[in-house]
Design a protein around this ligand. Structure first.
Ligand SMILES: [Zn+2]
Length: 336
């Protein structure tokens, strides 16, 4: 039987207008390669292509500086990327990580599988719902949807999919209650036969790898993947919703721009040079206002993708962030 083992790294962005849920699915046998690629991108010393955590272990320690090693240890966090406060290391590493996704797809690698869903709270008229309970309820149900779609679409050629663990950023502590153990157990039931979730607990993890390293724990590896999904959903959201006018956020957003444009315009194009087909997916919900969405969403059980008509999920959408030309804007500020 053709079987694949996966680990899932989840993150979200929540505001009054939408809930964005993102899941990064990593095949367990490729996790090492993906993480060591991300970690090696921390080394900004041109002669070296390999990162070592301590300057004393660096093969170039005579030319390289201890300060560089300290700087490049930084956590990568999309909200922290701002012109006025980001360090050179944060900027360069974030750019490299985003370019890595583009290269990964171009070279037809199979390490990075991402499903992102935006739930349009305005379309659901969620403000009328009032209580936080509805938010939690919606969050839980759509989280299962995001997982379900990723498992069945990206890994459709496998007869069995085994989810070893699901990780989530601990920083959003308040979301603990969003994830009762029941949630993953329900998912287990709804796709039983094809998929097994071995650990139905969500593993909450500090995203800052330095905390894990200090405690001499190997979980700094998973912390990198939490940082990676955070950076990607932040960058995708900046392109689509234009949440920030910060010039650095715009500059960084432009790295994924061509990929996102294509994904939204031609979601099913298996021949796109951007190589996202059956690897990355962005969708929105709902396309049309739901009649009595309050009752519908609250009472709904099982899997949303199948319950709702497929046409309530859509991918074609304009990007709100205008095209941003880094060179042009530098030139303008120089002339001014
Ligand atoms: Zn070094």
């Amino acid at each position: 039987m053709k079987t694949i083992e996966l680990e899932v790294f989840a993150d979200e962005i929540i505001n009054e207008k939408f809930i964005c849920l993102g899941c990064l699915f990593v095949p367990s046998n490729k996790k090492k390669v993906l993480v060591s690629d991300l970690i090696n991108h921390r080394c900004l010393f041109e002669k070296s292509k390999k990162w070592v955590w301590n300057h004393s272990d660096c093969p170039f320690s005579k030319e390289c500086k201890e300060q560089w090693h300290n700087n490049n240890k930084c956590e990568i966090h999309h909200t922290e990327i701002r012109k006025a406060r980001s360090s050179n290391s944060q900027i360069k590493i974030a750019k490299r990580w985003l370019n890595y996704l583009i290269e990964h797809n171009r070279n037809n690698k199979e390490l990075i599988f991402i499903n992102i869903l935006y739930i349009d709270l305005e379309m659901l008229e969620i403000n009328n719902f009032g209580t936080e309970n509805y938010h939690n309820n919606i969050y839980n149900k759509f989280f299962r949807t995001v997982m379900h779609y990723g498992i069945t679409t990206f890994f459709s050629e496998f007869e069995k999919v085994i989810i070893k663990k699901v990780y989530h950023d601990k920083g959003s502590q308040e979301f603990h209650e969003y994830f009762p153990e029941l949630n993953l157990m329900k998912l287990n039931e709804s796709i039983s036969g094809k998929c097994i979730i071995e650990d139905t607990n969500i593993n909450f993890l500090e995203s800052d790898h330095n905390i894990h390293i200090k405690l001499k724990k190997n979980s700094y590896i998973e912390a990198h993947l939490i940082q990676y999904i955070d950076l990607i959903i932040g960058t995708v959201t900046q392109n689509i919703f234009y949440l920030s006018d910060d010039s650095l956020k715009k500059e960084i957003a432009m790295i994924l721009r061509p990929l996102i444009e294509k994904m939204l315009k031609e979601p099913h194009n298996r021949f796109s040079e951007y190589g996202y087909y059956k690897k990355q997916k962005i969708s929105f919900f709902p396309k049309f206002k739901l009649e009595d969405s309050k009752n519908l969403l609250f009472n709904l059980e099982g899997n949303l993708m199948e319950v709702f008509k497929k046409d309530q999920f859509y991918s074609e959408r304009e990007l709100k962030m205008p095209y941003y030309d880094v060179k042009q804007s530098k030139l303008n500020s120089w002339v001014a």
